[in-house]
Design a protein around this ligand. Structure first.
Ligand SMILES: Cc1cc2nc3c(=O)[nH]c(=O)nc-3n(C[C@H](O)[C@H](O)[C@H](O)COP(=O)(O)OP(=O)(O)OC[C@H]3O[C@@H](n4cnc5c(N)ncnc54)[C@H](O)[C@@H]3O)c2cc1C
Length: 477
């Protein structure tokens, strides 16, 4: 019997798990995919929002502002990249200026520091590539950017390091309250728990409705993006948002922590929570709308496109707390869910610890080390690492300069990578300009060797993403 079973290893589930491990108890994260960060947490804008957007008094506002403030310490403890680059919300027509002022006032009410209103010219001094149509802007200095994979992985690994168990490839299909505890039926057998945390992303409505009398409806809201090469990364230095206006909802243009440029997203409700495809019209919309605010976005430098699904709840707020006896929701976690995750984790873990009377875990260790990034190291440090282990000198991914040593660290880490995407998200092998064209066969060989798997058993991400289907010749033929 577990004290808590967390359903879903996205950023919310991993944050709850890490915070639970500050208490003594038995905790399990159960995830239907093969790895952490396979849901919405892998595909978003990666912005640590300042907190001026959400309605004052809502869970979204509270968690956003708190999560933002937690990010400096957390990123240091977990060895993950985070940059407070600041954001500009730009206004493209004079009649939008009162709305900009509203956002400023709302931010002040939510407790956001570092806000100021700028004229179009003042904004262009900060961002010379803003268009001439920009007639005013809200500057939010506390806004930042993060790597969503590393944030999720860091939280998950930190939880695992502090004793939380993880089970992948296990889908919760039913929930029943019996004899004062919960039984979670999975495709790998039943799990017994004193409490359950529902952090199932776009499926959180389904799980909530299995457990609670009050019903929730989550609508998957698709957002498409273009990711541009590092050569385009300096086109803006802040995250540039557009104030929704007469022309509709604009798209953002932002640097990423790894020096690329991100442009998007669109917003369209979809039926299918499994959809993963981008569309020609979505990507065209991204290109068109980005040009309203930022001049000459070098769209010829697009290296990939992707999409993510927001888990939009009808009430438009995060559903957080005990929704049925011993059943805790982290549902409706759409944007700013990435920003809010650390605060959501703290909030729910405290509620569970109080309910169960869990004592504090004095041996909780907040420090987690990520895979060393050879490409970012000063030459001397890099040389020393290679002297100690020459495999850090053997470059597997040319675009991102990822070595064999880093891939081995990723495979044999606390929650080791088992797939090509697992390696990619931990090391950046395959994230570069050639998008894994050169390195995937070599990464597959390493995975096959290290995990004692046949090449035909290596997956891109999910179980159905086989890459090599069979051999055309046997050895020696
Ligand atoms: C287009 C877009 C842009 C965004 N931009 C930002 C941003 O800039 N800043 C920000 O703060 N937030 C942003 N967000 C929001 C943020 O990405 C999400 O709020 C956050 O990632 C949600 O995390 P999660 O853990 O709730 O869900 P997920 O990451 O989806 O995790 C849920 C997990 O549950 C698993 N699961 C589901 N059902 C079951 C089951 N039955 N059994 C076992 N496992 C199950 C899934 O496989 C999945 O891994 C954006 C979202 C989108 C879509």
């Amino acid at each position: 019997m577990y004290d808590a079973v967390v359903i879903g290893a996205g950023v919310a589930g991993c944050a709850v798990a890490r915070e639970l491990s500050r208490y003594k108890g038995s905790f399990l994260v159960v995830e239907r995919a093969l790895d952490v960060c396979e849901g919405t947490s892998k595909a978003n804008s990666a912005i640590i929002h300042a907190g001026f957007d959400a309605e004052p008094g809502t869970m979204k506002a509270r968690m956003n502002v708190k999560g933002n403030k937690m990010m400096d310490k957390l990123s240091e403890e977990m060895d993950i990249p985070f940059k407070r680059i600041g954001a500009l919300v730009v206004c493209l027509s004079e009649d939008g200026l009162p709305r900009l002022r509203e956002l400023y006032d709302r931010g002040i009410e939510n407790g956001v520091g570092g806000l100021s209103l700028l004229s179009g010219d003042e904004a262009r001094v900060l961002e010379p590539n803003l268009t001439d149509e920009v007639c005013g802007a809200l500057l939010a200095e506390t806004s930042g950017i993060v790597c969503p994979f590393e944030l999720t992985l860091g939280l998950g690994e930190s939880a695992a390091k502090n004793g939380v168990e993880f089970r992948f490839d296990t889908k919760v299909a039913g929930l029943k309250r019996e004899g004062g505890c919960w039984t979670a039926a999975t495709d790998k057998g039943d799990l017994l728990a004193r409490t359950v945390v529902n952090a199932a992303g776009v499926y959180a409505g389904e799980l909530h409705n299995m457990a609670c009398e009050s019903k929730l409806r989550i609508t998957p809201r698709k957002g498409e993006y273009c990711l541009l090469d590092r050569t385009a990364g300096g086109h803006v230095s802040h995250t540039v948002f557009q104030l929704p206006g007469k022309l509709g909802k604009g798209v953002l243009v932002s640097p990423t922590v790894h020096g690329n440029l991100l442009v998007g997203p669109t917003a369209a409700d979809v039926e299918d929570p499994e959809t993963a495809a981008t569309t020609a019209e979505g990507l065209r919309e991204v290109a068109e709308k980005s040009a309203w605010a930022v001049k000459n976005v070098p769209m010829r430098q697009v290296i990939t496109s992707f999409m993510g699904l927001r888990a939009h709840e009808d009430g438009d707020d995060f559903i957080l707390g005990e929704s049925a006896e011993g059943f805790f929701d982290a549902a409706g976690i759409e944007s700013p869910g990435l920003t809010s995750a650390p605060a959501i984790g703290e909030y729910l873990a405290r509620l569970i610890a109080e309910k169960l009377g869990l004592p504090v875990n004095d041996s909780f260790d907040p420090i987690r080390k990520g895979v060393p990034k050879v490409a970012d190291m000063p030459t001397e440090e890099r040389a020393e690492l290679i002297r100690r282990d020459p495999r850090y000198g053997s470059i597997i991914c040319r675009c991102e300069e990822v070595s064999e040593g880093e891939i081995l660290d990723a495979v044999h880490g606390v929650l080791g990578a088992k797939t090509l995407d697992g390696v990619k998200r931990r090391t950046r092998a395959g994230m570069g300009r050639c998008q894994a064209g050169f390195c995937s066969p070599r990464v597959m060989e390493i995975l096959s060797r290290e995990l004692s798997l046949d090449l035909t058993d290596i997956r891109k991400s999910g179980k159905d993403s086989q890459i090599v289907l069979g051999r055309t010749r046997k050895e020696g033929e």
